[in-house]
Design a protein around this ligand. Sequence first.
Ligand code: GDP
Length: 457
Amino acid sequence: MFDTLQDRLSATFKSLRGKGRLTEADIDATCREIRIALLEADVNLAVVKEFVAAVKQRALGSELSGALNPTQQVVKIVDEELVAILGGQTRTIRWAKKPPTVIMLAGLQGAGKTTLAGKLGRWLREQGHSPLLVAADLQRPNAVTQLQVVGEQAGVHVYAPEPGNTSAADGEGERPTGDPVLVARRAMYHAQQKLYDVVVVDTAGRLGVDAELMQQAAAIKAEVRPDETLFVVDAMIGQDAVNTARAFAEGVGFDGVVLTKLDGDARGGAALSIAKVTGRPIMFASNGEKLSDFDVFHPDRMASRILGMGDMLTLIEQAEKTFDAEQSAKAAAKLTSKGGTQFGLADFLQQMQAVRRMGPLSKIFGMLPGMGEMKDQIANIDEKEIDRIEAIIQSMTPAERDDPRILNGSRRARIARGAGVQVSDVNNLVTRFMEARKMMSQLAGGKMPGMPGVPGL
Ligand code: GDP
């Protein structure tokens, strides 16, 4: 998502490089390029016009006299304006003064609401909450079962109107079927009784906007009186996203937007217009089918990402989540003492696996600054090669991992058989490991090359 936009903007900024000062003609040309880039990315026309006008005005104004060079100044202005159209400050959930906090999800069918309910459930649980997911989508066959499945994956309870769900069978009388408003009412009662502190209500969607859908969503809203109504929208549906958002804003009303399917390869610009068009912030982003593919939406980080400045903050946060600091410190200490000879293949494997836990390598690299220009190489990162390396190390005995120098011919042959690779692959790995270890141990302060503080990169 946003690849073309990224490419075009970075080409635009590149053409400014080396200029001592920007003439009005330079600024005009740049603004034209930005306009084309945004329109090509499918950003809403009205939003583009306003955006470009703001950039131009600021670029022509007095701001162009500070410590930054002209290109940096233009990038800064574009960055700030992008943050503004994406909703400005990061906005997270407003908690109810008296629990439970109620979050209602609304949107078209297929937008990703049910999946999102699971993701939100997992995220809330990780933050120490005890969420209850409510299946008030009684329209789509399977929606209830699907919510039960994602709820189970997320490790959170689901209140469902259908039999087969024990969490709803608690003697509150007949379990309602067919009427989502009744389900929602029951669920609220259940949540209060069982002291859940957040209730996430999944509602029905349809393939297109219609009056009945709006009425039903509005009726559920009136029943549960949500603290947050989130409009869930598939970022891949183009300008329809903007129209649908407008319709929901009028018909149901919402407090925030959740963009889903940001992992898709569509141009995505329409989604970027939603916050501006509806005046409601984008609060969360969903970028994959797994429950963990979900994050709080940070307008500033998204803007830097679009401008090819990488997304270091997200990367660092993910690193913090997946890295065991003590383990990394130990590995670094081994590497910096005694010429690195203490740092064995087991340590290497551990570090490599820690990096991989952060996600597919292509995704990780995509978040690094300046990587926009290296897209082809990134796409060529061979995860299988890394699987092979893991298999080879795993086929070694602990003693061999500690000191690869003991790897004679017969040991290497055994390892190759165990890992299902050629002996030459084992040889390659050992040689490369020894060289890399030597190089890394020579680096001052024990910082490994590449990313400071993130071992293994
Ligand atoms: P609902 O009808 O709004 O409840 O939508 P679902 O949650 O059933 O999602 C519709 C489809 O989109 C499912 O196949 C999901 O797996 C898929 N989906 C949901 N979120 C994402 C996402 O962020 N990325 C991708 N690639 N697929 C998603």
